[in-house]
Design a protein around this ligand. Structure first.
Ligand code: DO4
Ligand code: MG
Length: 275
């Protein structure tokens, strides 16, 4: 079951039919006792909606801030070590990859998250920028994973590589976080075969493409959520990006006009343009 937030309100989609989820705010849905059960009863009782096609999909966020995990795939560890080797930061990434405690960082306030078909941004003072395609967890106020979406953790690799202490500037800026197009409402663990497919299209051609699966993700999503909730409260729930397993070659940097496509099994494709 896929949950969309739109300009006309929330819709749930199942087997190619969309149903209006009337009488619930987005925050109310995220914090409901049984989101899956609530949506099941909508699908059973409501008539399929005729206006879903005319609704504009927006980011699946009302009051949910976004956090992110880092260095959760071997590919990310290696890319980080390479970019920061002149700054002496290389060993931090190797150490966090094998450590019990994960790297977690604040990524975006709810108000700055952009949705499907919206523009993401490159920092004006960055010279080396990449999108990061990440499975993203929707976690409710009780710390329980209630769904999954696709996320783009836009990153400035030159700033991050210059000094690991610059991470918040490399990661947190206007237009740096995209989520969508919907939330796959499912509390169970996604299968290890779940594929994340990533394309960057420039002037109509695929400039870079890559694929990974959740079998490469070193950390259990539930454990990442547990660490985040250990000493934090999220009364409206939150999102947690689970890290990137696909990194373009070091010669690649994003340009304005590039299109970023992130496809995750069961969720669909999040498309954004670089503004
Ligand atoms: O440690 C830096 C950030 C890493 C990250 O964003 C990722 O691995 O996805
Ligand atoms: Mg990332």
């Amino acid at each position: 079951m896929r949950l969309y937030r739109t300009t006309l309100g929330p819709y749930v989609e199942q087997d190619g039919r969309a149903y209006r989820v009337a009488g619930h705010s987005w925050d109310g849905l995220v914090t409901s006792e049984d989101l899956h059960g609530l949506l099941e009863s909508v699908v059973e009782r409501a008539e399929p909606a005729k206006d879903f096609e005319s609704a504009q999909i927006v980011a699946p966020v009302e009051s949910q801030d976004v956090w992110a995990a880092g260095v959760t795939y071997y590919r990310s560890r290696s890319a980080r070590m390479e970019e920061s080797k002149d700054a002496g930061g290389g060993s931090f990434y190797d150490r966090v990859y094998v450590a019990e405690r994960p790297e977690l960082f604040f990524k975006s306030p709810a108000r700055d998250v952009v949705g499907h078909l919206a523009a993401v941004r490159i920092r004006r003072d960055a010279k080396w920028s990449v999108p990061e395609p990440e499975l993203t967890l929707l976690i409710n106020h009780q710390g329980r994973i209630v769904g999954y979406t696709a996320g783009n953790d836009m990153s400035s690799r030159d700033i991050e590589g210059e000094n690991p202490l610059y991470l918040p500037q490399a990661k947190v800026y206007e237009g740096s976080c995209a989520l969508g197009p919907c939330v796959l409402v499912d509390s169970s663990l996604l299968p290890a075969t779940t594929t994340i497919d990533f394309k960057i299209v420039r002037d109509g051609q695929v400039e870079f493409g890559g694929t990974t699966t959740l079998a490469e993700l070193k950390r259990e999503p539930a454990l990442l959520a547990e660490y985040l909730f250990r000493e934090n409260k999220f009364p409206a729930g939150c999102f947690l990006m689970t890290g990137t397993g696909i990194v373009p070659p070091d010669s690649f940097t994003l340009r304005s006009g590039d299109e970023v496509q992130i496809t995750i099994d069961g969720i669909g494709t999040l498309v954004n343009w670089v503004g």
